[in-house]
Design a protein. Structure first.
Length: 278
């Protein structure tokens, strides 16, 4: 079991990892160094689980688990009490050897090769994985140049763009959204209030000035999603915030799933979060 996680303080996951290790399962972890000195990572280390920190200025911001080289859990959720119980988050389970191969490769680059951020060479074995007829594009940042592909997806929107963004400061993505809105594409979004109020360069004001249907969230916790749904058929999500730091500095992962049924599930969550802003 390979775990790449920005932050871990959820006792249930900590204990499950320790129990797996005690059963003889190989458990390995990479974490953001700034969070390594907390009690739960230390308990994992005391139990004999190896944990490597990134030890650099950029963030090890991934949130994924690879199980038995055949299953991947990924999304926006940190393994913390707030991540599980108070923040708005998403987590998806994918059973696919090819998908697991992609995430294992990314994990090995960090854990075994000790390469983080821009030091990593883009070597994803299966950039597109098809599962039961559903194509899924796989990106890791900063090595895969995610933003250009992201902008292209937005520029190809024909009917609607719905998004939930913890942090949205990437001008290129924001401009692409506004351009599509100007051409008649329906745009609606929710952004994390604390980030809007604290970030310099947030896209929120520009969206408001353009008259777009974009609001600040009303969750007392964090609206932690990083999701965009295009034409009710394409879902973009992962650990990747819509920021230049995610593009150029942080270790991140992102999936693009082309499936209307999965998009519909994300739209239900969008509608729930959006309704609370009104």
């Amino acid at each position: 079991m390979d775990v790449a996680i920005y932050s871990l303080s959820l006792n249930s996951i900590r204990d499950a990892l320790i129990h797996a290790h005690e059963r003889g399962v190989q458990v390995r972890m990479v974490m953001e160094s700034d969070n390594l000195d907390r009690s739960d990572p230390q308990k994992l280390k005391d139990a004999g689980i190896p944990i490597l920190g990134d030890r650099r200025e950029g963030l090890m911001h991934d949130k994924f688990v690879v199980i038995d080289k055949s299953e991947v859990w990924m999304g926006s959720m940190n393994f913390t009490d707030s991540g599980a119980y108070t923040d708005n988050n998403n987590l998806i389970r994918i059973r696919s050897v090819k998908m697991a191969e992609n995430y294992t490769k990314e994990f090995e680059e960090m854990f075994t090769d000790d390469k983080f951020g821009a030091d990593v060479v883009p070597e994803t074995p299966n950039p597109r994985v098809t599962i039961d007829g559903t194509p899924i594009d796989v990106y890791f940042s900063p090595d895969d140049g995610v933003q250009a592909s992201f902008v292209e997806l937005v520029e190809n929107a024909q009917e609607s763009i719905y998004f939930m963004a913890f942090s949205f400061t990437a001008d290129a993505i924001g401009e692409a959204v506004r351009n599509r809105a100007a051409d008649g594409v329906t745009v609606a979004g929710v952004m994390e209030t604390d980030q809007v109020n604290s970030n310099i360069g947030t896209e929120f004001d520009l969206f408001s000035q353009a008259g777009l249907d974009v609001y600040q969230d009303a969750n007392p916790g964090q609206m932690h999603h990083k999701v965009m749904i295009i034409d009710q058929n394409v879902v973009i999500f992962g650990s990747y915030n819509f920021t230049n730091s995610a593009e150029t500095r942080n270790d991140e992962n992102l999936l693009v799933i082309y499936n209307a049924d999965i998009a519909a599930q994300f739209i239900v969550e969008f509608q729930r979060v959006y309704a609370l802003t009104r």
